[in-house]
Design a protein around this ligand. Structure first.
Ligand code: DC
Length: 240
């Protein structure tokens, strides 16, 4: 089964995706790490952050797994991807269609690789709209800008920088939602959840409940109702 979780920074995506994956026994894939990996390499190698073709060449060497992103086969430590410089550069590089095209392929390949183990919870900005429009469940998380900045500040331990974080987030949100290629928006059929006044546990249990419902619906669509002689019980199940 595939669960797509999209939403802006600070909407709770990462924490929700991690917990939902754990509860459902699925792999958790964080696609933001691929954009961050390209941004980190581009900064280290002094590449022009506006050269989509050069960035796409970096993207072609990025891989994604439950453990995070790797570049040319070398895992990239999570801390290196989380600096404010990399966050700002990731938002910039993610506007390039040439790079998005490559990374979307890498992300689909990562999702497909989870097929044998039962599937994945994939989080990002365009998972339901572009990467996996066929996902069994698509969730779009929202939260007020103030709440999102507060959560991000708590998460990074930079509480004294709340105002700077709020402004940086606002700039990234604007760029993410106004870009021409895959702007941040709910996919058709997505369940939109406003998490502003919900606890993490509240959001996680709601998403798990929705995923179990979808899994049940999918099983009965494959197996047919009990006692239905014509049901294709021996038909191969769609794994994803
Ligand atoms: O989720 P995050 O903050 O780690 O994402 C880093 C950047 O990558 C962010 O600016 C949005 C972008 N991104 C994207 O455009 N599409 C995705 N599927 C995931 C992230």
């Amino acid at each position: 089964m595939l669960v797509a979780i999209d939403g802006p920074a600070g909407s709770g995506k990462s924490s929700v995706a991690r917990a939902v994956a754990e509860r459902l026994g699925l792999v958790n894939l964080n696609t933001g790490a691929t954009y961050r990996a390209v941004a980190l390499v581009a900064l280290e190698e002094n590449l022009d952050l506006d050269d989509g073709v050069a960035l796409a060449a970096v993207g072609a060497r990025v891989d994604l797994a439950a453990t995070g992103a790797s570049y040319a086969g070398e895992p990239i430590p999570e801390d290196a991807l989380r600096t404010p410089e990399v966050s700002a550069a990731a938002s910039r590089v993610s506007a390039h269609p040439e790079l998005r095209e490559i990374l979307v392929e890498r992300q689909r390949a990562a999702a497909r690789a989870t097929e044998a183990s039962g599937g994945a919870v994939v989080e990002g900005r365009d998972i339901g709209t572009v990467v996996l429009p066929e996902a069994d469940l698509k969730v779009f998380l929202l939260a007020s800008p103030e709440e999102r900045a507060r959560r991000r500040a708590l998460q990074t331990g930079r509480e004294e920088e709340l105002e700077r974080i709020r402004k940086a987030m606002q700039t990234r949100d604007k760029r993410d939602s106004e870009r021409e290629t895959s702007p941040l928006k709910p996919a058709p059929g997505a369940v939109v959840l406003d998490t502003t006044s919900l606890s993490l546990e509240g959001v996680v249990s709601r998403v798990v409940e929705l995923a179990r419902e979808r899994r049940g619906e999918r099983r009965s669509a494959v197996e047919g109702p009990p006692g239905d002689e014509a049901s294709p019980r021996n038909a191969p199940r769609r794994a994803l």
